[in-house]
Write a protein of this length. Structure first.
Length: 172
């Protein structure tokens, strides 16, 4: 976070971390369009199990929620709905991502969305000193402490993934 040789493009996610004096590392990678989290981890060298994707869901109540889960896992909509005190939840449509979050698909960070939606981080994040999440645009990943992320977005840690899944269905 010292002097940068080339001008770094700050995202809302970075600005929020800096405003809250949260230490983080930025990892930039070459990418022109959406790629899934597994390919992002491959490009950045981030360990797959420490890499998390940001999903946005809408509850029966019409409220939006942010779920942060390991990139190789799949969300358990029933478990997540129980945690969120919703009858049911569903993924928002890809075409609505920018309207709801202010971010594009593949660059959706749990930090710095248009509004601060209730957020849940999968509890496996607590197993690591640092996790990797989207930095708020395609080609930018942030590395930070899971507790710092949770504190910044006022999130809790819960079990919200399908047990025993290893491959996600292309969501980020």
């Amino acid at each position: 976070m010292g002097k940068h040789k080339e001008k770094e493009i700050k995202t809302n996610a970075m600005r929020i971390l800096e405003k809250n004096k949260i230490p983080y590392e930025t990892i930039q990678y070459e990418c022109e369009e959406f790629i899934d989290g597994l390919h992002t981890a491959e490009k950045t060298g981030a360990p797959v199990e420490q890499s998390f994707k940001t999903l946005v869901v809408q509850g029966k109540s019409k409220e939006y929620y942010v779920l942060v889960i390991p990139i190789a896992e799949e969300i358990d909509l029933k478990k997540a709905a129980r945690v969120l005190n919703e009858k049911s939840i569903e993924m928002i449509h890809v075409k609505d991502i920018t309207k709801v979050t202010g971010y594009v698909r593949g660059g959706c960070s749990p930090l710095g969305m248009k509004k601060q939606y209730p957020t849940v981080i999968h509890r496996s994040a607590l197993e690591y000193n640092e996790i990797y999440v989207s930095g708020g645009r395609i080609g930018t990943t942030l590395k930070l402490k899971p507790e710092d992320l949770a504190k910044t977005v006022k999130a809790g840690f819960e079990d919200i993934i399908v047990c025993g899944t290893q491959v996600s269905k292309g969501q980020t």
